[in-house]
Ligand binder design. Sequence first.
Ligand code: NCN
Ligand code: DMD
Length: 371
Amino acid sequence: MTVQELQERILQIKPLDEKAMEEAKVRQDALAKPPGSLGLLEDISIQMAGITGSVKNEIKKHCVVVMCADNGVVEENIASAPQSVTLAQTINFTRRLTGVGALAESFDSDLLIVDVGINGKVPEGLYTEEPFSDTHKIVNRRIADGTKNLAKEDAMSREQALRAIEIGLEMAEAVKAGGYSVFGIGEMGIGNTTTSAAILSAVTGQPAAKTVGKGGGVVDSSFARKKEIVDKALEKCGGKDILTILSQVGGFDIAAMAGAFIGAAIHRIPVVIDGYISAVAALTAAELAPACKSYMFASHKSYEQGYNLAIEALGLTPYLHMKMRLGEGSGCPLAFKIMEGACGVMNRMATFAEAEINDDYLEEIRKGDCF
Ligand SMILES: O=C(O)c1ccc[n+]([C@@H]2O[C@H](COP(=O)([O-])O)[C@@H](O)[C@H]2O)c1
Ligand SMILES: Cc1cc2nc[nH]c2cc1C
């Protein structure tokens, strides 16, 4: 995919339906409750209306797209786990034995597992070429055996970055074709809290001290090296255009996730951000296509340092504070249930009139700042 082709796709993103959002707000205010008392559930239902164009929505089918890839920067000893864990966990996704696998099973979510560039061999028979042909297989979209070491050279070429974004766009299209009402975007890739921090620093101009956390767990010497690498990345590509940042210090997983966030907006599908890496991928998408932000929902506040910076840059509020920092898309099935609840409120709650409560007493309250 060329930059121009990507720009053309981005131009297909339309703003939210303001009229549907206004109607949704009017209905929320007419429901039998103190105005605003259902907090973020109200905001979610209004945003959903803006995306679908209907005041009443239902979450029927949901899935998590998990982008799996390796990162050459692990050579620098910045992660506690060996690189082979990326492949092992990707295989375990197919058996639903991972965190996101267990949560997806608990909440009836499907998984779409994608190999965008794992440095290892997926066993024969576990690959599929066609998304959703078998959700217990891995969609083969390998770009390379992981990225290069960003501490020494560019992580990937511009062409590879664009190819990864294109894969994300393709997966969002498959989600649309599969009839899903919402999807989440997760990842698996040892070393990707370093690539995420490098992108976040380069985009926001903030030093490693603000963007680097301990990821899956690191000893002090590795933590110091991780910060050193991210500060060098900031020096190298801070303030540059996002495609340059992505190719110099990013990962195949993050680029593909960014493409999927953009694809969600193109196809008007509500899309859920998982943890730190997912939030940085969402920010990457927003740098490429600011209009895609309105289609995003933040699931949970990751414990990883830097998450707040990323989510605040997106102007979003995470729903759950669970001290989670697993990644994989594990926060997404939980968020789908919250979104289902938000739709349930909008669809099923009685209005003041239906509940036979005279709401004249609210006139002054609605005008003033009473809460
Ligand atoms: O998403 C998060 O909030 C998150 C925070 C810390 C770690 N992770 C996961 O841990 C892996 C990256 O950690 P690390 O230390 O190898 O960079 C990767 O596979 C992520 O899914 C994920
Ligand atoms: C076991 C393991 C599982 C993970 N899932 C996401 N990141 C991970 C890192 C490790 C080490």
